[in-house]
Design a protein around this ligand. Structure first.
Ligand code: FCB
Length: 419
């Protein structure tokens, strides 16, 4: 008995509180969950057999969103991140679908009726086919089409949304689609990657200004407009000059270049952080491609891994959040998650990352919320349906949803606002 109460006391003393009003939730993106996004470039590449698997009906979330949000509500989520599919709103150039805007209005209303704050992404990797056929993000002059889409959507939905994310992981998009050649349109050109990145930075800057202008014109309270950056914890394998330089360059180019650029223009109300893993630099010779990409292949500093082989490195989240302090604006964890079939590993991943998040808050980082990737298992881009990131398991044969134990444990954290 004595032992038990001592244990309880010890636990209570070691509970870690999160700030009042903290946002707790999970994320999805349109193409990964909705299904039948037949007018975008991913669908086209899937039809052309350029990818391992096709998204097909995905999780049928376009139809089943209310069922999924009921689960989020049951799990004490008070925010939810999702994306609006540009190719549904504008399947052909200039042909805007009022009914699709209404669909997303219903999605938002459903969330709000459940006490769940929407966090809305405007670009999450996919583009309408017509836009890519004109040259897509490789052409500066085509940016106006994205801005016109933003204008339409935000004008319609401004009253319902406080948190916007303009562009998800611009550097991941430009590198995977235009340099590594693994995502549509599968190009391998350093020049195009740079051009696309610059174009996306301008798209963010102009969208930010446009969204704020719309809110001012409508006399609405100022929104919170950010973007979601994929941040990796770059670390050295052995302390060599090459490795140190590699980490310096990778941090600059992949983590902070884009943020620096848009922050200097004062177009960020908060920084969205998507954090998953570590990147262990192990550069063998002085080739620029090695400096930028070569990682340790020898398991020198082994860590547990997710089912895609990514290192589990919670401390990286802490280090990156501390590094973001210099921008002096709030941060929101807009994605953090693990794909695994081992639900204990999933819970450990989440718990350890929340502990590091709490540690960063203790060091003065202003954090608005934590959004887990993902609410439901989904279509993981070039990896197809095999990786299981969800809090909720999907049986793709019959679209049955099953809540994982890890999700229930996380629900307790959300309810009590503490870990
Ligand atoms: C991020 C993407 C998200 C998802 C996770 C696993 O890079 O933003 O769509 O695929 O990775």
């Amino acid at each position: 008995m004595l032992g038990f109460s001592f244990f309880r006391c010890y636990n209570v003393m070691h509970m870690k509180k999160f700030p009042q009003g903290f946002l707790w939730g999970a994320a999805t993106s349109a193409h990964q969950v909705e299904g039948q996004n037949i007018h975008n470039d991913w669908w086209k590449a899937e039809e052309d057999h350029l990818l391992k698997e096709a998204s097909r009906s995905a999780c049928k979330h376009y139809e089943l969103y209310a069922q999924d949000f009921a689960i989020a509500q049951e799990l004490n989520h008070n925010c939810h991140r999702f994306s609006i599919e540009w190719s549904r709103i504008e399947p052909e150039e200039g042909n805007f679908q009022a009914s699709e805007i209404e669909h997303y209005r219903k999605v938002i209303t459903d969330l709000k009726n459940r006490g769940i704050q929407p966090v809305v992404t405007l670009h999450h990797f996919t583009n309408p086919v017509w836009f890519t056929q004109k040259g897509g993000w490789t052409k500066f002059k085509l940016r106006k089409y994205f801005l016109r889409f933003v204008d339409k959507v935000v004008t319609e939905l401004a009253g319902e949304v406080k948190f916007w994310i303009t562009i998800n992981e611009p550097v991941v998009y430009s590198s995977h689609s235009y340099f590594l050649g693994v995502w549509p349109p599968k190009e391998r050109s350093l020049f195009k990657m740079v051009k696309v990145t610059l174009n996306l930075a301008q798209a963010h800057i102009q969208s930010y200004r446009l969204i704020h202008k719309i809110y001012r014109q409508k006399s609405l309270a100022s929104p919170m407009v950010g973007m979601a950056a994929n941040l990796q914890a770059f670390e050295i394998c052995q302390p060599t000059l090459k490795n140190k330089l590699a980490v310096y360059l990778r941090d600059k180019l992949y983590n902070f270049y884009f943020i620096d650029k848009i922050w200097r223009q004062r177009t960020l109300d908060y920084i969205g952080v998507n954090y998953y893993s570590r990147n262990l630099a192990d550069v063998r010779d002085w080739r620029i491609s090695n400096l930028l990409a070569q990682t340790c292949q020898y398991n020198h500093h082994p860590l547990p891994k997710n089912s895609l082989g990514w290192d589990i490195y919670p401390e990286g989240l802490y280090k990156l959040l501390i590094a973001l302090k210099k921008y002096k604006i709030p941060v929101m964890v807009t994605e953090n998650g693990i794909c695994t079939q081992d639900d204990d590993l999933k819970w450990n991943y989440i718990r350890q990352h929340l502990e590091q998040l709490h540690r960063a808050i203790g060091q003065g980082v202003e954090v608005l919320g934590y959004i887990y990737w993902s609410l439901i298992d989904n279509f993981e881009w070039a990896e197809g349906f095999t990786p299981r990131f969800g809090l909720v398991e999907i049986d793709y044969r019959d679209q049955k949803r099953t809540i994982r134990q890890s999700a229930r444990k996380l629900a307790e954290v959300f309810k009590n606002n503490e870990i």
